[in-house]
Design a binder for this molecule. Structure first.
Ligand SMILES: Nc1nc2c(ncn2[C@@H]2O[C@H](COP(=O)(O)OP(=O)(O)OP(=O)(O)O)[C@@H](O)[C@H]2O)c(=O)[nH]1
Ligand SMILES: [Mg+2]
Length: 296
């Protein structure tokens, strides 16, 4: 029987949700970084095999955000749990039991959707006794349908987990045709790939002040032409993004171009600009226009 369903991946920032999605899909779709709050939008990655289709939702890390953007994204992640067939709640193997995680779990108590506790980054620890104690405490606070230890980065136990996820799903149709990888368009993925390079190469407040949008996206016979704008909140940040003689913008551009070419499997010409839009993260207009809505 062909099985299908929706699975949301939630948890605090930086626990490896997007890394896990990419590992399951065996391709880079979601951007990842060692900085918290990398993912900003809920979006799907579609897994296909001979007897199943699973639509995984990558979500922004849940945190107590101060800016409007921060608040939107936390509520967006939690709002996915009611509409899916299974919730994957990810935590870091190396963290002590966090009261914030217990609080998030409290919010899931009224929800009927089954929840798996996923302990990620198992490759980073050696004290498994300590981990057992943490798991016991988490289990006391919530009735999980299953508990799994994985390394999303290395892929350890990911296939086993995938089998158990399938066991939870009901027989169902293919929701998306073959070849479709996400509910978001290519342009969204491309914007994200560019933002990932900004996250990689800049520090402190700059990464979180950045938004990327495409001004032009023209697939032509031999090459796809892309013109993208990197939006920052302050003039000083623009200086950092552009760098000495444009060196930083060039670096961001060539790294992003490589990922975009791999993704599109086409040659790409990428032009990048930087623009200042003061305080865009708190301005309703920008949030609405760039896809950050409360309903998302
Ligand atoms: N050692 C190790 N590192 C991992 C593992 N999984 C993810 N990471 C790293 O953890 C960091 C965060 O990973 P992400 O996938 O961006 O985390 P996220 O949960 O999507 O974060 P947000 O989008 O900010 O909520 C990255 O540096 C990853 O390489 C793992 O299994 N082992
Ligand atoms: Mg993420």
């Amino acid at each position: 029987m062909f099985k299908s369903g929706f699975v949301t991946i939630i948890g605090e920032p930086n626990v490896g949700k997007s890394t896990f999605l990419n590992k399951v899909l065996k391709q880079k779709l979601a951007i990842t970084s060692n900085k918290p709050q990398t993912t900003r939008n809920v979006f799907s990655g579609i897994y296909n095999d001979d007897d199943s289709q699973i639509i995984f939702l990558d979500t922004p890390g849940i945190h107590s955000g101060k800016t409007k953007l921060g608040k939107y994204i936390s509520s967006a992640a939690l709002s996915t749990v009611k509409t899916v067939d299974l919730v994957l709640f990810l935590i870091n193997a190396y963290d002590d039991v966090k009261t914030y995680n217990i609080e998030i779990l409290k919010q899931l108590k009224g929800v009927k959707t089954p929840v798996f506790l996923i302990i990620n980054k198992l490759d980073t620890i050696s004290d498994f006794e300590r981990l057992e104690e943490s798991i016991d405490e988490y289990k006391k606070s919530f009735g999980f349908k299953g508990v799994f230890g994985i390394s999303a980065l290395r892929g350890d136990n990911v296939d086993f987990l995938l089998n158990d996820i399938k066991d939870q799903l009901e027989p169902g149709p293919k929701f998306y045709p073959d070849g479709e990888i996400s509910d978001r368009p290519e342009t969204f993925i491309i914007q994200e790939f560019i933002r990932e390079k900004v996250l990689d190469y800049t520090h402190q407040e700059v990464p979180h002040s950045v938004m990327v949008y495409l001004e032009q996206y023209t697939p032509k016979d031999k090459i796809t032409e892309i013109r993208a704008v990197v939006v920052v909140e302050r003039k000083s940040q623009k200086g950092i993004i552009i760098g000495k003689n444009g060196s930083m913008l060039k670096r961001i551009g060539s790294a992003a171009r490589k990922d975009i070419q791999d993704f599109l499997k086409r040659k790409v010409y990428l032009e990048l600009f930087c623009k200042v839009e003061e305080d865009w993260r708190n301005r309703e207009f920008y949030l609405k226009n760039f896809g950050f809505k409360e309903s998302e």
